[in-house]
Design a protein around this ligand. Structure first.
Ligand SMILES: Nc1ncnc2c1ncn2[C@@H]1O[C@H](COP(=O)(O)OP(=O)(O)OP(=O)(O)O)[C@@H](O)[C@H]1O
Length: 301
């Protein structure tokens, strides 16, 4: 980030071209790409645009000497597994970098085990090492509530929490922390840890995807790998989604990615078993049978 020049407060008749500021930051492309690449998530995308606008205005206000404090940018992302929290955090890191709020704009994704040691004296160095790696970027703590174990009085998680809280306060101009996880346990976590709640500026809720959105996500994923679904395979994937959703451990877009990985395995085995040479075009086509061979269809009553 170019250092913000501190000038005297603006004269009241000065004008500021916010559109030009927006264009100069190169943000339009990032936000449009976010809209294009990510299916659904309308409320999430709207919140990101709001935050970007707020920060842009804030940046201009800082330049004009109207604010002197760096804003708090720590966030919480709540939602079920596979609803795009990590993906959006990565985009957010890029946006904050473009806006000049992060030096590097990288993302370090961790869970409790990366921060908390098993023996006395291990937690502080572990947490500090992660923080060092994350400086200048975003530290994404998945299932953040596991840091806090109220049932265990001597839990080392408390030590990690204290270091995190301190850094979130003192180094907030060089690190953005995103706490992620399911909605209900996150609420309980914030209720027991008001220190975290007060340091979080933006809460973003990630809704579950609808069936059509999951199908569209599946098609995007297949396309990114240079495959395509035959029309019958597309129907099979729609049936798969309806069945899989009702089964345990459904993880939204992540379940679709896993299903497609397995479909590619089956496609490869099918082609490999062919007694005759296969057309090179067939190497890129997932057929219905590659999807319908899933166990998900076998557990049907
Ligand atoms: N809106 C979307 N459009 C297209 N692909 C998506 C979308 N959301 C997620 N994905 C894809 O789904 C997969 C899972 O997403 P991601 O890891 O971001 O979810 P998550 O909420 O962080 O999940 P978890 O908490 O379980 O780790 C990724 O491969 C990602 O690329």
């Amino acid at each position: 980030m170019a250092p913000i020049a501190r000038t005297a407060p603006a004269m009241s008749d000065e004008t500021v071209d916010l559109k030009a500021e927006f264009a100069a930051a190169g943000l339009g492309d990032d936000l449009d790409q976010l809209d294009r690449d990510l299916v659904g998530l309308a409320p999430v995308k709207a919140r990101i645009r709001e935050i970007a606008a707020l920060l842009l205005v804030d940046r201009v206000r800082q330049r004009l000497g109207l604010v002197t404090e760096a804003p708090t940018l720590h966030m919480s992302f709540t939602g079920n597994p596979g609803t795009g929290k990590t993906t959006v955090a990565l985009r957010m890191a890029g946006i904050l970098h473009k806006l000049g709020y992060l030096r590097k704009g990288h993302l370090v994704s961790v869970t409790r085990d990366d921060l908390v040691g098993q023996y006395i004296g291990h937690t502080a160095p572990k947490t500090r090492d992660v923080l060092k790696r994350a400086m200048g970027g975003v530290l994404f703590i998945d299932e953040a509530y596991y840091l806090y174990r109220p049932e265990n009085e001597r839990d080392y998680g408390q030590e990690a929490i204290e270091i995190l809280l301190q850094i979130m306060e003192n180094q907030r101009d060089d690190l953005v922390v995103i706490l992620a996880g399911y909605g209900a346990p996150m609420d309980r976590f914030f209720a027991s840890n008001p220190g975290f709640r007060s340091r979080i500026a933006h809460h973003i809720d990630f809704p579950d995807f609808g069936d059509d959105e999951l199908l569209a996500i599946g098609e995007i994923m297949v396309g990114q790998l240079n495959y395509r679904l035959s029309p019958a395979a597309r129907d099979a994937l729609a049936d798969y989604i309806a069945l899989r959703k009702a089964q345990p451990l459904f993880a939204n877009a992540r379940s679709i990615r896993n299903a497609l990985d397995r479909a590619r395995l089956r496609q490869a085995s099918r082609l490999f078993a062919s007694p005759t040479p296969v057309a090179s075009a067939d190497l890129s086509v997932i057929e219905a049978i590659d999807i319908r061979a899933s166990r998900v269809f076998m557990t049907q009553a």
